[in-house]
Design a protein around this ligand. Structure first.
Ligand code: SF4
Length: 343
């Protein structure tokens, strides 16, 4: 049976008319699904029983099964969702002062094999469809209650720009007034640096926030940490990011995971200044790595993290130090799923 979410508002309106009901009910149905999180037509109490029955006969409302869930002491919830083909993906809900941010996966596994990331460990299986992405968002929205899910980050498993078509289809629904109505400036796409995807995104006419996993400002080191750098070099990447920022008038965030003994020394900080210095719309977000035993990743000492940050600031870079959320529940990318698959 077809998932009703696969229908656009216009198609649902004509379906309703073919059933003998007025088209305005389509907006009510969208409202129930996207704003109120209904999972069953029986919940749609302002629709006539006859219409609810008709909907039940013709459509379903798909959803994802939560197979495991962890809640951190800071309120962060990490979930494992089971898809129809039994694949497992992760989603995270991070509450903050009455609002909430959802972190979404876009692929089952990942083909990019970044050295510090647990998501690539079991390889790539498949892309998520736009409906699966929407189902993740709706599940996180329910988990955020009574808070409102106001922000979304595409930072879970997978490279969103490697699943461009489905991600954009999902974003159009997430951004639409009749859908989840989350503004583009509250949606962040995080990429390992897929240049054609960044260029395409710049032409979408949406002010989506772009976050780039940088993690090294020297080509050799970055290529050893992130094999994608062998295809898209730092010079080309930074130039496409500058273009993106000019076209969308948005700041670009460069994520930088600090890993002990690898990219947290003075030379690495100097490289970063050379790469991004003088660019007003660049922000560096330093992330102390989460220790991952399987990947032999170790966190630098706190004093070394602060020294690194101070140096960048003194050289005029705009820097933030991310407070790790959900540390007690293995909230780093791919870690909960790895744990589940090992059970
Ligand atoms: S960091 Fe992103 S692109 Fe790299 S392996 Fe992990 S999920 Fe894939």
């Amino acid at each position: 049976m077809d998932d009703i979410k696969a229908l656009s508002l216009e198609i649902l309106q004509s379906k309703l008319m073919s059933f003998g009901y007025p088209r305005y009910h389509a907006r009510q149905i969208f409202n129930w699904i996207y704003k109120k999180g209904a999972v069953d037509f029986a919940q749609m109490s302002d629709l006539a029983q006859g219409l609810r029955d008709k909907l039940q006969e013709n459509f379903c409302i798909s959803g994802l099964e939560i197979v495991d869930q962890l809640k951190s002491s800071d309120g962060t919830k990490k979930m494992l969702f089971k898809l129809k083909d039994f694949s497992i993906v992760e989603g995270v809900m991070i509450p903050s002062r009455g609002r909430a941010t959802g972190c979404i996966s876009t692929q089952v596994g990942c083909k990019f094999g970044c050295r510090f990331c647990a998501s690539g460990v079991s390889g790539f299986k498949r892309n998520l469809t736009y409906l699966e992405i929407i189902d993740e968002v709706l599940a996180l929205k329910r988990e955020a209650l009574p808070d409102n899910l106001t922000h979304l980050v595409f930072m879970g498993t997978g490279e969103p720009l490697d699943n461009y078509g489905e991600v954009m289809k999902a974003i159009r629904i997430i951004n639409s007034v009749d859908g989840l109505n989350i503004g583009a400036r509250r949606i962040t796409i995080s990429t390992s640096g897929i240049i054609p995807g960044i260029q395409k995104l710049a032409g979408e006419g949406l002010q989506i926030e772009l976050s780039v996993s940088l993690h090294a400002a020297d080509d050799d080191l970055r290529s050893s940490l992130m094999p994608v750098n062998k295809k898209y070099s730092l010079k080309e990447l930074i130039s496409s990011c500058k273009e993106y920022s000019v076209k969308t008038n948005r700041q670009i965030t460069f994520e930088y995971i600090l890993i002990k003994g690898l990219n947290s020394d003075l030379k690495s900080a100097q490289d970063l200044v050379k790469l991004l210095g003088g660019w007003r719309l660049a922000k560096v977000n330093l992330i102390p790595s989460n220790p991952i035993a399987e990947l032999k990743i170790e966190v630098p000492e706190r004093k070394d993290i602060l020294l690194f940050k101070d140096y960048l600031e003194k050289q005029g870079l705009n820097v933030t130090l991310r407070k790790e959320r959900g540390e007690d529940i293995n909230a780093a990318c791919g870690q909960l799923r790895l744990g589940y698959e090992k059970k």
